[in-house]
Design a binder for this molecule. Structure first.
Ligand code: AHR
Length: 648
């Protein structure tokens, strides 16, 4: 009998193919298109957005100045003032005549020596990256109380203080706050530039909202990071957190109304991850982003209680109106007509068309009586006014155990529509629990797995973690009649500024890379198909020191438009596996196929700034396949096969 081994190109072989029946496989995968499984949820793979690890400020938000409005806990964080020797001058943070009621602090200089130079500098986050010839938009609010009589200049400088761009803001300044804007175009590229404002004169001069943006941005967002999200093509965006929504106390809980409108009027907030948020990306921008990505926006609202893991502050039941109103007003803001109170604000911001938000979440990682008492207040108010909105109920931080089971009991007996589960687990747990949702009650609430990630040793973004997530995802997909949404968490990590690992995407000022988990998310999302095709594996269960695993993890689906059968195979074991695939006659394989696989030499391999593509998908074309063929899947691999068919 003819045995053909198609030599797969590329540096290593993820899979090798033999059409021989004598190939003596380790397992047989039977794909049975005679009956169809559930439809794959069109919302299955989304993203979860939270400003943690400087995902937004110092990240997606393209603002280059740190602490532009002097509102941080330490109001001079990020700022340095340098005085020429013998200069008679002082500087202070003041609050008596603020820019507006939300922007309460500003920086003032009192100067008494005309001929000495004072400079105020900011180096952003690890320096300000500048590209020669590109345009940067600088703006600042200035006020002169006791008439200041000198010139103010703004410059972009290198680490030695040598300017690469410079403009004058003038010599006469009003006694009322006035905004100055200039364009700066560096004549040199710098990795670690600085912004400097210089003064030479005497009098009193004050500054607020010192801002620098690259001209190249999308609604204030960094293009390279945005592109990473675009490539993921998420089906939904859950935002703005996370614990961030809850706050350390109700005082710094997330209030969406603080995050819309002119940026100088947004009330900044100290976030629970230990840094200040400018809210430069607020609810309106999250809605724009979702729209841009073609994703369903899923805003999460505080349930009138701060983070329970951090000691919980509960809003008294008779004062819950603020929190409930917060949600009702948001729905009007997002969906209401342009002549409604909140809809008109959206319209003024430039979006007269409603955003058509369909889902909202009440609470994050909340549980117990306090939550069960408060949740119905939101539900009743929302359903009365907006019955079309689906409300997501928050699960506790745990994904099993007493509190988790109690929450599910409450959810089932209280008609909850969608239950938000969170799952941060070791890879072995994920491998052992890929059948978790096979057992879920189909008549109860649907599941949004709103946050999950495999936490491997050292919480590193290894191939091992990504493989475990892929295995879990075969179970999500197979059960996407019940698990209708899922998102990896957290999304971003700014190198050196992080509070939480692992994360999906790492970046610094100029570089960005996707982790192996990112590639798995993208691979699965690019290859969901429309309907699950039942499949089964011989010798599926294996026991390892008393624990049960699968010898291979798999899921099959069918894509009606492209007429392709999609088979996903995850081999989390070091040994390669020879797999015979037998496809029922209800579909006919034409012979042509594409195979995309992710693997690497070592299961602990990671991507890094130095080697961002160490672990990434590789695609090969295949031909001459039939309804039965044998493939060898390399150890530690995730593979998607797209097999062309004549139709289903
Ligand atoms: O994703 C990081 C945090 O993990 C989220 O803020 C919270 O919901 C969970 O505990």
């Amino acid at each position: 009998m003819r045995s053909t081994t198609i030599i797969l190109t590329l540096v290593f072989l993820a899979v090798s193919l033999s059409t021989s029946a004598l190939a003596n496989p380790d397992h047989v995968l039977k794909v049975d298109p005679s009956s169809l499984g559930p439809e794959v949820s069109s919302l299955l793979y989304g993203i979860f957005f939270e400003d943690i690890n400087h995902a937004v400020d110092g990240g997606l938000y393209a603002e280059m100045i740190r602490n532009r409005s002097f509102e941080h806990q330490d109001p001079v964080e990020g700022w340095f003032a340098v005085f020429e020797s013998d200069c008679k001058a002082t500087f202070s943070i003041e609050t008596d005549r603020p820019l507006n009621k939300n922007n309460t602090k500003y920086l003032s200089f009192e100067i008494q020596s005309d001929d000495k130079l004072i400079s105020l500098s900011n180096d952003g986050y690890d320096g300000i990256p500048l590209k020669k010839g590109e345009r940067y938009l600088f703006s600042v609010f200035v006020r002169s109380d006791e008439e200041y009589n000198g010139e103010i200049k703004v410059m972009l400088v290198d680490t030695k203080g040598e300017p690469v761009a410079e403009k004058s803001l003038g010599t006469a300044f009003s006694s009322e706050w006035e905004k100055y804007s200039v364009e700066l175009q560096p004549n040199e590229s710098l990795d670690d530039g600085r912004l400097i404002i210089t003064m030479k004169g005497s009098g009193k001069i004050s500054f607020d909202m010192v801002s620098l943006f690259p001209e190249e941005n999308w609604n204030g967002m960094r293009i390279d990071l945005l592109e990473m999200l675009e490539e993921l093509k998420p089906a939904f965006v859950r935002f703005p957190g996370g614990c961030l929504v809850e706050g350390d106390s109700l005082e710094n809980a997330y209030r969406w109304k603080d995050t819309i409108g002119p940026i100088e009027e947004r009330k900044t907030n100290y976030n629970l991850w230990g840094y200040h948020q400018s809210y430069g990306i607020g609810f309106y921008e999250y809605l724009l982003l979702s729209e841009h990505l073609g994703a369903e926006p899923i805003p999460i609202f505080n349930a009138g209680m701060s983070c329970q893991v951090r000691g919980a502050e509960y809003c008294p039941m008779d004062e819950m109106d603020e929190w409930v109103r917060n949600v009702l007003d948001f729905i009007e803001f997002a969906n209401g007509p342009s002549d409604s109170l909140w809809g008109s604000k959206r319209s003024e911001l430039g979006h007269p068309e409603p955003f058509n938000v369909k889902y909202i979440g009440i609470g994050n990682e909340n549980w117990g009586t306090e939550y069960h008492d408060r949740f119905p207040l939101f539900r009743e108010a929302v359903k009365e006014k907006y019955p079309e909105i689906t409300i997501i109920f928050s699960g506790p931080p745990s994904y099993e155990g007493a509190s988790f089971n109690r929450a599910w009991r409450w959810a089932r007996s209280n008609g909850i529509e969608i239950f938000d589960e969170h799952m941060y687990a070791v890879p072995e747990w994920m491998l052992r629990n890929t059948d978790r949702y096979d057992k879920y009650d189909r008549s109860g609430p649907k599941v949004m797995l709103g946050e999950y990630a495999a936490h491997a040793a050292g919480t590193r973004n290894t191939l091992q973690a990504a493989i475990a997530e892929a295995a879990l995802m075969t179970g999500l997909e197979r059960n996407s009649d019940i698990v209708i949404m899922a998102a990896y968490a957290p999304l971003f990590n700014r190198e050196g500024w992080s509070q939480w690992t692992p994360d999906l995407i790492w970046f610094d000022n100029t570089r960005v890379y996707g982790t192996p988990s990112y590639h798995v998310q993208k691979l699965f999302n690019d290859n969901t198909g429309d309907v699950i095709i039942p499949s089964s594996l011989t010798d599926e269960d294996i026991e390892i020191i008393g624990y049960w695993f699968k010898s291979l993890y798999h899921v099959c689906s069918y894509d009606y438009e492209s007429k392709e059968l999609i088979i996903k195979i995850v081999n989390p074991w070091p040994e390669e596996k020879k797999l015979r695939i037998e496809i029922g006659e209800e579909v006919q394989i034409t012979g042509k196929a594409e195979m995309i696989s992710i693997t690497s030499d070592n299961i602990f391999d990671e991507n890094t700034f130095q080697n961002p593509d160490k672990v990434r998908p590789k695609t090969v074309g295949m031909s001459d396949l039939s309804n039965e063929f044998t493939l060898t899947f390399s150890g530690n691999s995730v593979t998607v096969l797209r097999l062309e068919t004549t139709g289903l």
